[in-house]
Ligand binder design. Structure first.
Ligand code: X8Z
Ligand code: ZN
Length: 596
């Protein structure tokens, strides 16, 4: 030991035990976290907004900076918050501690170079998806974007054209494969530094239960709805086989492009092929939107009007000034629909590329559901400015869309005639089931795949195989042509390229019927659920707003109880809703070899 060291030892004061932290210190800490996060999130979201509205290399870099700055702060703040872990915190602080611990979707390693690399990959993936195009040789240099390719999937009934559009779009994802593997490795490092097994475990920790309990709960719900899905699959496959011959075999899984949607995630656009009673009055809202020359702004106003009829304040003037409603002709944008509160204080916006279609009218109700949720909690501390869980956020606009019934559409002039016959009702239920029941297994598998990837159960050499194994197993869907590991089909789906977790949509697909049932009861409706519209009911609106205004300040079962009286996800509402259709399908499927 040197003389200097000896001197220092001698001079050091006796070491006092570190003072135990107090609740007051914890409160000061979380006040500061909320203030700092507000600044970081506003900066991040401004950059993301500009980036997604104006995709260039520079705005990609700005968006990545915003993400990296947040990640850098989180990598320090989360470990620091553990100082208070042993304290008996009051419920609001305990809730903040929990929300902070799970608030990073893609956590970054606490090393600046790796953090920036990860943020750069995130921005690149999302940007590549946004700019994705297919330039078939036959068009001599003209390229087709996702809207145009989706249009082919939804309208063409020519098998070769369908397959060409499908394969063409999936080409955009091939270059993502290698970067995705790196992104998984870096994000997992970040998750482990925060004490999670991997990113998937972190995502499954956001539901006020253990990751394992969450997985089990999803499977419980899937088990309840699976017979309904299989009945629909069986009937639809038969109709598609009649239409396309052996391109859609009479038994086994269905090739995706036959289903009218790029990802086979919802099948509404083949309603014409499968309509139970084609001679009943038309349900073609898109046709009316075109005939009546309804503008994008009028479509948005129609959706807004539903919410204000329930007692929500109208959207702010800035919403109309700052939102994007149509695809710009002069620049690249991320067209996948989204809703924003950029300044976390009621700065509501949407970013959509509207066409006069029923799908887009429904999407508008979905997006405004996000905005009116933001509006309901925009004065809470930012850690509470979230849905009760992310499935709640996705489920609100969809709940309202369940009230957009044919009778309501007739009332607002978007359907010529309605009928109350049983045949018309089966048509309506079929159309909705093509949208919502078809979606259920898709809602499950996106994150089943990512959970397995993050957990290392699927390595990069099997990315595509694992994807199609899940699609076949849960959805009964297969690709139209052989695929291999030079493809990266998961990356051709927005939420994979944009790092958006997906279990939320599965939950929303179940919750929305529970919410709808509760709103209908509040509105005094006594008839069947599929005929109920709560349009104009202030009583239903008040119940809904009571739940939304909680944000994430309480565990989600508390929020659910406020609206529904229930504390659990419960598939009985969706099963009740489609019961008449299920009965009808079972009759149609008699003697068929269902399943795949
Ligand atoms: O991504 C969305 C919304 C934006 S949060 C348009 N949805 C999922 C999808 O398109 O895959 C809504 C339903 C499912
Ligand atoms: Zn959404």
């Amino acid at each position: 030991m040197t003389a200097l060291a000896l001197f220092l030892l001698a001079a050091a004061p006796p070491t006092a035990p570190a003072a135990a932290p107090t609740v007051a210190e914890a409160r000061a800490f979380y006040d500061q976290v909320n203030r700092t996060l507000r600044k970081l999130w506003v900066a991040r979201d401004r950059a993301a907004w500009v980036n997604e509205n104006f995709l260039t290399d520079d705005t990609d870099a700005l968006a990545a900076d915003g993400e990296a700055a947040t990640a850098a702060y989180m990598a320090k703040a989360i470990p620091e918050s553990r100082r208070f872990a042993k304290l008996d915190l009051p419920p609001d602080l305990a809730r903040m501690a929990y929300l902070l611990s799970v608030s990073q979707t893609i956590p970054a390693p606490d090393d600046p170079a790796r953090r920036e690399e990860l943020a750069g990959i995130e921005a690149w993936l999302q940007s590549s998806y946004g700019k994705g195009k297919y330039c078939p040789k036959r068009l001599g240099g003209k390229c087709l974007n996702l809207d145009q390719l989706s249009d082919i999937l939804s309208k063409s009934r020519d098998w070769d054209a369908l397959v060409d559009a499908w394969v063409g779009w999936h080409e955009i994802a091939k270059p993502m494969r290698e970067k995705y593997a790196r992104y998984v490795a870096l994000a997992n490092e970040g998750a482990r530094e925060l004490g999670f097994d991997d990113v998937g475990a972190l995502w499954r920790s956001g539901y006020d239960m253990s990751p394992a309990a969450f997985e089990a709960d999803e499977q419980r719900l899937w088990g309840q709805v699976r017979p309904l899905y299989e009945a629909l699959h069986c009937y639809v496959r038969r109709k598609l086989h009649e239409k396309y011959g052996d391109h859609v075999p009479a038994t086994g899984p269905i090739p995706v492009p036959a289903l009218g949607n790029m990802w086979g995630q919802e099948w509404t656009d083949i309603y014409d092929v499968v309509a139970p009673y084609p001679s009943e009055p038309s349900l073609d809202v898109g046709k009316r939107l075109v005939e009546k020359k309804v503008s994008p702004t009028q479509m948005v106003k129609t959706a807004e009007d539903f919410f204000t009829s329930l007692g929500f304040p109208p959207l702010p003037q800035t919403f109309w000034e700052r939102s994007l409603f149509t695809r710009p002709r002069d620049r690249e944008v991320v067209c996948h629909a989204s809703a924003w509160d950029v300044q976390w204080d009621g700065d509501l916006r949407i970013k959509v590329c509207l066409e006069p279609t029923e799908d887009d009218l429904v999407t508008l109700h979905h997006e405004l559901g996000h905005d009116f949720y933001f509006q309901s909690y925009d004065t809470l501390p930012v850690l509470f400015q979230q849905g009760a869980n992310d499935g709640f956020h996705e489920g609100i606009g969809d709940t309202i869309a369940l009230s957009v019934t044919p009778a309501y559409l007739h009332h607002i002039g978007l359907l010529n005639v309605t009928s109350s016959s049983q045949a018309a009702r089966i048509n309506e239920l079929m159309k909705r089931a093509l949208f919502k029941v078809a979606f259920l297994p898709f809602g499950l598998i996106i994150d089943q795949w990512r959970w397995d990837v993050f957990a290392g159960k699927v390595d990069p050499a099997h990315y595509n195989q694992a994807w199609w194994d899940l699609k076949r197993k849960y959805q009964g869907e297969v690709p139209p042509v052989p695929r291999d590991e030079s493809d990266f089909d998961p990356g051709a789906k927005y939420h994979v390229a944009s790092s958006t977790p997906y279990a939320r949509y599965f939950l929303a697909a179940i919750y929305q019927y529970q919410f709808h049932r509760a709103l209908c009861r509040a509105a005094g409706w006594k008839g069947p659920l599929d005929r109920c519209s709560v349009y104009g009911s202030k009583a239903a609106g008040a119940k809904l707003r009571a739940m939304l205004s909680l944000g994430a300040s309480k565990p989600w079962p508390d929020a659910m109880e406020v609206l529904t009286g229930q504390r659990q996800a419960d598939a009985s509402a969706i099963l009740d809703y489609y019961a008449p259709l299920k009965k009808w399908l079972d009759r149609q499927n008699r003697g068929q070899q269902c399943g795949w």
